[in-house]
Design a protein. Structure first.
Length: 272
């Protein structure tokens, strides 16, 4: 059990459907045409339904229900719709049981949506070009936890894992102690397995890195850390977690006001 078992699970995962492969190819070639993206998505009814479910989530605070892919793209942009497509497809590829993390599957889905919304509302005001990469990653960066949860469920140490998680201030340390790896490292392997853009895996590999991070990606790694600090399986936009996330934003050299305001706005939306 542990790392080798998780790797085996990754290697046995089915390939992504042709719609997602075509979608990722379009983004890999540069800024894709809106009509092309809409056409690819609408050719897959399950993908269309999954995206519409994601963008109509309460976290986005919409007054009117979105009923078409074109409407979603027009309102949120291509990158958020891409993120929603990847998230919806990943969920179709896994049997999800997040009980080892003491949260429901619905809670896990909400956490991912909140992380995506916070990255969208905050980082778009920092760097639009990098945000195009960060927005889809923010929606799927906790996917590694699905495989770690599955490993824990199949093990004999489920209760010990949950107890350790309750007592520890470091989620990644508990993951490493019990499985020999972390969910971010697993996520990086998943991204490689599905042939995502190289930067996706590179960022995930560095999130738990306490050593010097390459200057080319440091800002993006810290941005992901800030979002994961404010929103994670133990705390979702509490005053304390938002404050800790804001500290990382300050270390990045940015005013934390936009980050804090976006976090609080998302928290209010989730109350409705």
């Amino acid at each position: 059990m542990g790392f080798e078992s998780i790797i085996s699970k990754i290697n046995s995962l089915p390939p992504f459907p042709q719609s997602i492969i075509k979608l990722e190819e379009a983004f890999r070639m540069g800024e894709p045409n809106m009509k092309t993206i809409v056409s690819i998505i609408e050719g897959d009814p399950l993908l269309t339904a999954g995206i519409l479910a994601k963008v109509n989530a309460p976290v986005f605070g919409l007054k009117n229900h979105i009923v078409s892919v074109m409407q979603a793209v027009t309102l949120f942009g291509l990158n958020t719709v891409r993120a929603s497509a990847l998230k919806a497809t990943m969920e179709r590829n896994f049997e999800i049981d997040m009980s080892p993390y003491a949260i429901s599957n619905e809670d896990f889905s909400k956490i991912s949506a909140m992380q995506n919304a916070l990255m969208f509302q905050w980082y778009m005001g920092i760097d639009v070009q990098r945000a195009k990469i960060m927005i889809p990653i923010a929606f799927i960066m906790e996917t590694g936890k699905v495989l770690i949860a599955k490993e824990v469920v199949e093990s004999s140490y489920g209760e010990m894992f949950r107890d350790a998680l309750m007592q520890s201030s470091s989620i990644s340390q508990v993951e490493s102690d019990f499985t020999g790896t972390t969910s971010t490292k697993i996520c990086a392997l998943l991204f490689k397995h599905w042939n995502f853009e190289t930067i996706f895996a590179e960022l995930m590999e560095n999130i738990d890195n306490e050593k010097e991070i390459d200057s080319e990606i440091k800002d993006m790694v810290l941005a992901l850390k800030a979002v994961r600090t404010a929103i994670n399986v133990k705390e979702q936009l509490s005053d304390a977690s938002i404050e800790e996330g804001a500290k990382i934003v300050l270390k990045m050299g940015y005013d934390s006001t936009r980050f804090v305001n976006a976090a609080r706005r998302i928290r209010e939306n989730m109350k409705d």
